[in-house]
Write a protein that binds this ligand. Structure first.
Ligand SMILES: Nc1ncnc2c1ncn2[C@@H]1O[C@H](COP(=O)(O)OP(=O)(O)OP(=O)(O)O)[C@@H](O)[C@H]1O
Ligand SMILES: [Mg+2]
Length: 239
């Protein structure tokens, strides 16, 4: 049973269907990436998983538990968390306060978890009293990821966690993502950079025009003419 199992998801905005019949699953201890051209529906899919958008067809299961119609605010405590592409921290609150808010999504005392998280995010540990708005863009993304991890999720969905970051900080964020995969969490990442996706992930899904066009283990996907797929050309025959 995969940690996350989605079958035949169709969703969009109002009557506009953006993604059609997307099936995708993700396992604990692996990194799965979604890549694809701008406007392919990657963020739409991510938003549908966490109840920001509703499915028109299909099902979403976390640990075999159907969350397809669950209210969005209950989804984190059922094991699925999402870090959006933009505006993912409370800029006027401190690092510590941002993390505490992450803990509100699950019942009980979260101080032990907060300390655990700070141990695994050294950059944040040094800055617990700092306003999130005064962190660098990369540190803000790490804080958003750390906050999502406060509930010990089964699945974390990250939408372009390294967009706009320097290559050096992109390495920092990806190292952190690789650490998360080893802590009993399934990691699903929307990634703009195909090279990065191929380097860091176990499974790759390529979305094109709202469909899951091609997917498989990274080594298999790397054999395809990805440039042609991204440019919307028919794939060249394999030589
Ligand atoms: N709030 C919205 N209302 C209506 N249409 C939207 C909305 N957000 C996105 N869309 C449309 O949905 C389609 C898919 O957008 P989406 O943001 O899911 O793509 P994406 O693959 O994440 O692209 P990018 O790589 O640019 O982030 C686009 O045609 C976009 O114009
Ligand atoms: Mg997007």
């Amino acid at each position: 049973m995969p940690a996350l199992a989605t079958e035949n998801i169709t969703a969009g905005y109002g009557r506009n269907v953006i993604i059609s019949n997307i099936s995708l699953s993700a396992d604990v201890g692996t990194i799965t990436t979604i890549v694809g051209p701008n406007g392919a529906g990657k963020s739409t899919y991510a938003k549908t998983l966490v109840g920001i958008l509703r499915t028109q067809t299909g099902s979403i299961k976390v640990n075999d538990h159907d969350i397809t119609t669950m209210p969005g605010h209950l989804i984190p405590r059922n094991g699925l968390v999402y870090v959006p592409q933009n505006d993912n921290v409370f800029v006027n609150l401190t690092v510590r306060e941002n993390l505490e808010i992450g803990g509100f999504a699950s019942p009980g005392d979260s101080s032990a978890r907060l300390n655990e998280i700070l141990e695994s995010f050294p950059d944040l540990k040094k800055a617990t009293g700092k306003r999130a708005g005064n962190l660098s863009g990369g540190q803000q993304n790490l804080l958003a990821i750390a906050r999502a991890l406060m509930v010990k999720p089964t699945v974390i969905v990250l939408d372009e966690p390294t967009a706009g970051l320097s290559p050096a900080y992109t390495d920092v964020v990806w190292n952190q993502i690789e650490t998360i995969k080893n802590t009993g969490t399934a990691v699903l990442v929307v990634e703009q950079n195909v090279e990065r996706a191929l380097t860091h992930s176990d499974f790759v899904h390529i979305f094109v025009a709202g469909t899951n066009h091609l997917h498989g283990p990274t080594a298999e996907i790397a054999k395809h003419d990805l440039a042609a797929i991204f440019l919307g050309r028919a794939e060249a025959p394999q030589s």
